[in-house]
Every structure is written in structure tokens, then in C-alpha cells.
Design a protein around this ligand. Structure first.
Ligand code: ATP
Ligand code: MG
Length: 138
């Protein structure tokens, strides 16, 4: 099934000049960039984006990290895009990330882990319109 998923190149990876590096993983896997922009989230916006984690002990630190500098937000489209993007990203903790994944290449630690990807159709349907109106997705 052709799906759309929301991905974010996080502030640590943007700082490392790794925007092109991350995009290459997705494009080399045959996935398409359907929308893309660089933005700087406020603390409040980062909290709203990650609202599902509001009870987690790392919630405030996560929102602070996600708003420390610009990010690149992407809509990725392709066959089984939600699961495939998660696979290409690698495990949340780079210590567990398989070789050849984005996080194995660029993540620093479990928080500063280079990329985000929607984890389900339900998440994607919240996260894509959070950043992109339909007319900006191609
Ligand atoms: P993402 O949602 O960003 O794609 P994920 O689905 O792999 O990552 P989640 O469990 O949803 O992981 O956590 C969201 C983000 O919160 C992680 O990507 C990471 O930046 C941060 N995070 C997760 N667990 C921890 C932790 N134990 N300590 C600090 N930060 C964490
Ligand atoms: Mg997640």
C-alpha cells in the first residue's frame, strides 16, 4: 500500500550538515520526498508535536532539544512508507541501531538521535497535517 509518513531531520543532524546525507537514505530506498521545509520549532510547538510523550520523564528535555535549532520536516511517500522509514532510521538508541541505518550513522545518543518517523498510520495522520496543508504535498 502506498503510504505517506512524516519524518523530521532533528537539530543535531541539521547542525552536522547531514540534511543531504539523511535524504539520500530515503531516496536510495526508492521512497519519494513529497514535501520538505526547514523550520525552527518553538518549545511550545515541540511539546505539542510530541504530546503523546507528555507523561514520559524525558518529555521536557525532548521538547527543549527539538527546539534548540532548525529542523527539516519531510513527507515521505512510497510503498509501506511508514514501516520502511522506521526501518531505515534504525532503533531509538543508536547503541541498538543496525549497521547501515541513519541512526547508526548520525545519532549521538538515545535523545539526540538524528531523525523522527511516524510510528503508525494514526501518528502519520496527526503529524503530516501538523506541518503541511494538502496543497504543499506532491
Ligand atoms: P521518534 O518518535 O523521534 O521517531 P522513536 O519513535 O524511535 O523516535 P520514541 O519512544 O517515540 O522513539 O521517543 C521519541 C523521542 O524521544 C526519541 O526519538 C528520542 O529523541 C527521545 N527519547 C526516547 N527515549 C528517551 C530516553 N529514555 N531518554 C531521553 N530521550 C529519549
Ligand atoms: Mg516515536
Amino acid at each position: 500500500m502506498v503510504q505517506r509518513t512524516l519524518s523530521i531531520i532533528k537539530p543535531d543532524a541539521v547542525k552536522k550538515n547531514a540534511i543531504g546525507g539523511v535524504l539520500k537514505y530515503f531516496e536510495d530506498a526508492g521512497l519519494r520526498v513529497a514535501a520538505l521545509k526547514k523550520i525552527h520549532l518553538s518549545m511550545e510547538e515541540a511539546k505539542r508535536f510530541y504530546i503523546v510523550h507528555k507523561e514520559r520523564p524525558f518529555y521536557n528535555d525532548l521538547a527543549s532539544f527539538m527546539s534548540e535549532g532548525p529542523v527539516v520536516v519531510l513527507v515521505i511517500e512510497g510503498e509501506d512508507a511508514i514501516a520502511r522509514v522506521r526501518q531505515i532510521m534504525g532503533a531509538t538508541n543508536p547503541k541498538d541501531a543496525a549497521p547501515g541505518t541513519i541512526r547508526a550513522a548520525y545519532a549521538e545518543n538515545i535523545e539526540r538521535n538524528a531523525v523522527h518517523g511516524s510510528d503508525s498510520e494514526k501518528s502519520a495522520s496527526y503529524e503530516i497535517p501538523f506541518f503541511f496543508p494538502e496543497i504543499e504535498i506532491h
